[in-house]
Design a protein around this ligand. Structure first.
Ligand code: G3H
Ligand code: 13P
Ligand code: ZN
Length: 330
């Protein structure tokens, strides 16, 4: 058993309390390799932002849990070396079972998500309750989910979203004891969040997605005043990256994300954790494609990963400062 407290990590409790009262959101960035982690830590130290490092089940399979745990420990030391001890949480993203969550808690994670959103309601309550009972013994915080996002949630693919029903949230939170709740109000995972027929097109032919359901968010906030709410699927799919990718050999079609103004608005509410993964993938891929096109002779990974890491850092800094409002909150 490795306690996260020995790794220099923190759980989400204080982060979320401050974010809810301060009207901003904590960035939850996914990572599975060193360059992503360096970019996240450099950006969050430079903007003095707290951060949640997220590991998905897919990242665990890709990178190995021992390596990921020690990378997170290294991240706290790296932040210190860069000159500022920002609060860093290591979080399991979309935990698929009690066993996965327990493994992460036993391996130094300070926060876990149990995603029972595709289960019948009573089963979601039961598995979430079980995770909370185990996690709280070790002061690890737990995120539950109600409502289903369209797109891929790890291995769970949903064709259409099912919005969170505000009538269920009080019962779910009180029966499970979760510390935060992920809700479905129109975001979805990946770089193709909406079908073209769900969107309108502007004069430049860019797809404009349907607006988030702020009415549902406000109803949930009224039922759970001050309770931490989480938004998954919150990449904005910057069109400049899509353009670079497609102009340099890529083939992304109808890629569309959540407009930043809507995320900014959400961050001012009880939404205190905003999950961003796809935008990082796009930033890295755009930088690497561009580099290869301009340097066909390159074969040293450090050469093409350096601009990718720099682009990632720039993007995370922009999110912290201009979208989530988490800059200068550490
Ligand atoms: O919510 C899903 C995350 O973007 C993780 O995706 O399972 O491909 O690592 P992944
Ligand atoms: P995006 O695919 O929109 O980046 O969402 C990531 C996410 O929700 C991770 O849990
Ligand atoms: Zn997610």
């Amino acid at each position: 058993m490795t306690s996260y407290k020995t790794l220099g990590l923190v759980n989400t409790r204080e982060m979320f309390a401050k974010a809810v009262s301060g009207g901003y959101a904590i960035p939850a960035y996914n990572f599975n390799n060193m360059e992503q982690l360096q970019a996240i830590i450099m950006a969050c130290v430079e903007t003095k932002s707290p951060v949640i490092l997220q590991v998905s089940r897919g990242a665990w399979d890709y990178a190995n849990i021992n390596l990921l745990r020690n990378m997170a420990k290294g991240a706290t030391e790296y932040a210190h070396e860069l000159g500022y001890d920002i609060p860093i949480c290591l979080h399991l993203d979309h935990g698929d079972s009690f066993e996965t969550c327990k493994d992460c808690i036993d391996n130094g994670f300070s926060s876990v998500m149990i995603d029972g959103s595709s289960l019948p309601y009573d089963e979601n309550v039961a598995v979430t309750r079980k995770v909370v009972e185990y996690a709280h013994k070790y002061d690890v915080t737990v995120e539950g989910e109600l409502g289903v996002l369209a797109g891929i949630e790890d291995d769970v693919a949903a064709e259409v979203s099912h919005y969170t029903q505000p009538s269920e949230v009080i019962d779910f939170v009180s029966k499970t004891g979760v510390d935060s709740l992920a809700i479905s109000i129109g975001t979805s995972h990946g770089a193709n969040k909406f079908k073209p027929e769900q969107c309108t097109r502007n004069a430049d032919g860019i797809l404009i997605p349907p607006p988030l359901r702020f009415d549902i968010l406000h109803e949930i906030e009224a039922k759970l005043p001050g309770f931490p709410i989480v938004l998954h699927g919150s990449s904005s799919v910057p069109q400049e990256y899509v353009k670079i990718i497609n102009e340099h050999g890529g083939a992304l079609k109808d890629s569309v994300g959540i407009p930043e103004e809507q995320l900014r608005e959400a961050a001012k509410s009880a939404v205190c954790k905003i999950n961003i993964d796809s935008d990082g993938r796009l930033a890295m891929t755009a930088a690497i494609r561009l580099y290869f096109d301009e340097h066909p002779e390159a074969f040293d990974p450090r050469k093409y990963l350096s601009p990718a890491r720099a682009e990632l850092k720039k993007m995370y800094m922009h999110k912290n400062i201009n979208v989530l409002g988490s800059a200068n909150r550490a």
